[in-house]
Design a protein around this ligand. Structure first.
Ligand code: O7E
Length: 212
C-alpha cells in the first residue's frame, strides 16, 4: 500500500492553488519544485498549507555542505516538511542536508536512481546502489527510486531495508503503473497525469485507489 504524492509542477500561484484545492482529500503529500517555486517564490508553501498535508521541496540539492545547510534553512523556514537531495556530491554534502533537515524537524529523501531513460548514463546501477548505501549510513529518511524500473526499485529496497521509505516517480506520463511498484514503495509520485487531467480530483482518486 503506497501513498500518493502530487508533483505540482504547474506555474503560478493561481494554478497551483486551483489544482491543490481540486485534489483535496485525495493526496498524502504535495511535492513542489523549481517550475512552481521559480514562478511564485517560496511563499507558495504557505499558500498550499491550507491543504493540511506535508509539502516536500524537490530541489534536488547538490552543493557543498555549507550551501546545502543554508538551502535547508530556507526550505524548512518556509514551512516545508521535507526536502529532496542528490547524493552524488558525496557523504559530507549528504550528511549536511540530512542533519539540517532533522535539526529543523523535517525529513530528507535522497535521489538514488532516476526514472527517465538518460538515468542509465550515471544515475542507475552500481552508482545508485552506492548512493542508497550512503543514504542509509547518513540516516536519511528515505530514497527516490524509479517506478519505470520496478526491478531496480526492488533491488534498492533490498539495500536500504524496511526502516527507510521509498518514494517513486514515473507513474502516469512516464508510462509506469501504480501496480508496477506499489509493493516495493511507500509512495508514488504523480504529476502530469493528475494536474493536466480534465478532472484532477478524479484522476488523483483513481491513482490513490490503485496504489492501495
Ligand atoms: O512525469 P510526471 O509529470 O508524473 O512528474 C514526475 C515528477 O517526479 C516530476 O516532478 C519530476 O521532476 C520528478 N522525478 C522524476 O520524474 N524522476 C525522477 O527520477 C525523480 C523525480 C523526482 O521527483 O525527484 C525527487 C523526488
Amino acid at each position: 500500500m503506497a501513498d500518493l504524492l502530487l508533483a505540482l509542477d504547474v506555474k503560478g500561484k493561481a494554478e497551483a492553488v486551483r489544482v491543490a484545492a481540486a485534489c483535496a482529500g485525495e493526496l498524502d503529500a504535495i511535492k513542489i519544485g523549481y517550475p512552481l517555486v521559480l514562478s511564485t517564490g517560496l511563499g507558495i508553501v504557505k499558500d498550499l498549507a491550507k491543504s493540511e498535508i506535508p509539502i516536500i521541496a524537490d530541489f534536488k540539492v547538490a552543493d557543498i555542505p555549507n550551501t546545502n545547510s543554508l538551502i535547508c534553512e530556507e526550505v524548512f523556514g518556509a514551512g516545508c516538511a521535507g526536502i529532496i537531495t542528490h547524493a552524488f556530491c558525496g557523504s559530507d554534502s549528504l550528511a549536511a542536508c540530512v542533519d539540517a533537515s532533522h535539526d529543523h524537524g523535517g525529513v530528507c529523501f535522497v535521489v538514488c536512481e532516476m526514472s527517465h531513460p538518460g538515468a542509465l548514463d550515471f544515475l542507475s546501477g552500481e552508482n545508485a546502489e552506492r548512493m542508497a548505501r550512503m543514504a542509509k549510513a547518513a540516516g536519511a529518511d528515505g530514497i527516490i527510486a524509479p517506478a519505470t524500473r520496478p526491478e531496480r526499485t526492488a533491488t534498492l529496497r533490498g539495500i536500504i531495508g524496511s526502516s527507510m521509505k521509498i518514494y517513486s516517480p514515473g507513474v502516469g506520463a512516464q508510462g509506469a503503473q501504480p501496480e508496477d511498484v506499489k509493493k516495493y514503495v511507500d509512495g508514488i509520485i504523480v504529476g502530469r497525469a493528475i494536474y493536466e487531467a480534465a478532472d484532477p480530483k478524479a484522476a488523483a482518486h483513481e491513482f490513490r485507489v490503485r496504489a492501495r
